[in-house]
Write a protein that binds this ligand. Structure first.
Ligand code: ASP
Length: 343
């Protein structure tokens, strides 16, 4: 049976078990230093695109779609949107190239697929799914992944497909400061309206889903971090760090400083705390994000096997959205308790 679990541990039992959740979805478009002074039009672009992605996932789930299909389709939509650091619009390496990472996991059977450092795959999440379903392996990297894409009939593109002037400018600023993760520039006079959200903001995308059959799935896709050394791989394609799903506990997608998420096996650790201690998803996620990681490292979105949603972060903001079968539908950027858009 699926019930709404306690989002906060002090909820009363009647609130806790009042409403059965048949399906739920949470998604993110990256965590980091996101200035509250961002251009209102740009902010609206983010809110609208998050709401569009959320509505795609919500409507698919309402129609009975499988969790994996929802994760793949919603991540693809965000990969194709140049606002996000995944697929088109990905950030650049120090060699002015694009190297993309992605992973997907099926909570039914712990099947997982991932790709790292791909340079010509238009939708890395789809290739990750092929790795999961059509190979005996979990993670393909570099040239081998590209060849596997050809065999699987997954679309490849020129590197120029991923290019946006915004990301090039971001790389130039990062190089000037010789940093991979930049100090935030709050300058209201900035000539570049995106700069206030680009520096020290991680634009990875991720989706976690509970479908009507009680199956969980999660997926994550990224261009990594601006000015990363070419060849660097972050947490997004690492099962247990950037992505995890287990029908016994939860589905998680991470965003933030990948090295820290790998060291702390963040996605797996949250699911394990739930399974081993009986903690709620929000309780488990808070322990890992607030007690294990350092402030500013990033955050996670997740859905539990009961339909509980968590969107927990220790950075100044995280682009995110949540919807479920009880009519919840909200998009938010900053405080954990706010909603920028809801219905
Ligand atoms: N976690 C990603 C990485 O380290 C970056 C992000 O979340 O935006 O590659």
């Amino acid at each position: 049976m699926l019930f709404t679990a306690c989002a906060e541990s002090n909820q009363s039992d009647s609130e806790t078990f009042a409403e059965r959740v048949e399906y739920a979805i949470a998604l993110h478009g990256g965590a980091g230093v996101i200035s509250r002074d961002i251009d209102p039009e740009i902010k609206q672009q983010y809110v609208d695109s998050l709401a569009e992605a959320l509505e795609l996932g919500r409507s698919m789930l309402a129609d009975g779609a499988d969790a994996l299909d929802v994760v793949e389709q919603v991540v693809r939509l965000l990969e194709d949107n140049p606002l996000y650091n995944a697929g088109r619009g990905a950030v650049m390496t120090n060699a002015e190239t694009f190297e993309l990472d992605a992973s997907i996991m099926d909570g039914r059977n712990l099947a997982a697929g991932a790709v790292a450092g791909v340079t010509t795959v238009k939708n890395p999440i789809t290739l990750a799914r092929h790795v999961m379903e059509n190979s005996r392996h979990v993670l393909f990297a570099g040239e081998g992944a590209e060849r596997f894409a050809d065999g699987a009939g997954v679309e490849r593109v020129e590197q120029s497909w991923f290019y946006t002037e915004r990301r090039h400018q971001q790389l130039i600023r990062a190089r000037e400061r010789d940093e991979v993760t930049l100090d935030h520039d709050d300058s209201a006079q900035s000539m570049n309206p995106y700069q206030a959200i680009d520096d020290n903001k991680y634009g990875t995308v991720g989706v976690a889903v509970l479908d009507r059959n009680g199956n969980l799935a999660a997926g994550t896709s990224t261009g990594g971090m601006t000015n990363k050394r070419f060849g660097r791989v972050g947490d997004s394609p690492i099962v247990g760090a950037g992505t995890y799903a287990n029908n016994k506990s939860c589905a998680i997608s991470s965003t933030g400083t990948g090295e820290e998420f790998i060291r702390h096996a963040v996605a797996f650790q949250i699911c394990a705390i739930m399974e081993y201690t009986g903690a709620s998803l929000n309780e488990a996620a808070r322990i890992v994000i607030h007690d294990k990681l350092q402030p500013g490292d990033g955050g996670i979105i997740g859905v539990s096997h009961t339909g509980e949603i968590a969107m927990i972060f220790n950075s100044r903001g995280m682009f995110r959205g949540a919807a479920d079968s009880n009519g919840r539908f909200e998009v938010a950027i900053w405080d954990e308790n706010e909603a920028e858009a809801s219905r």
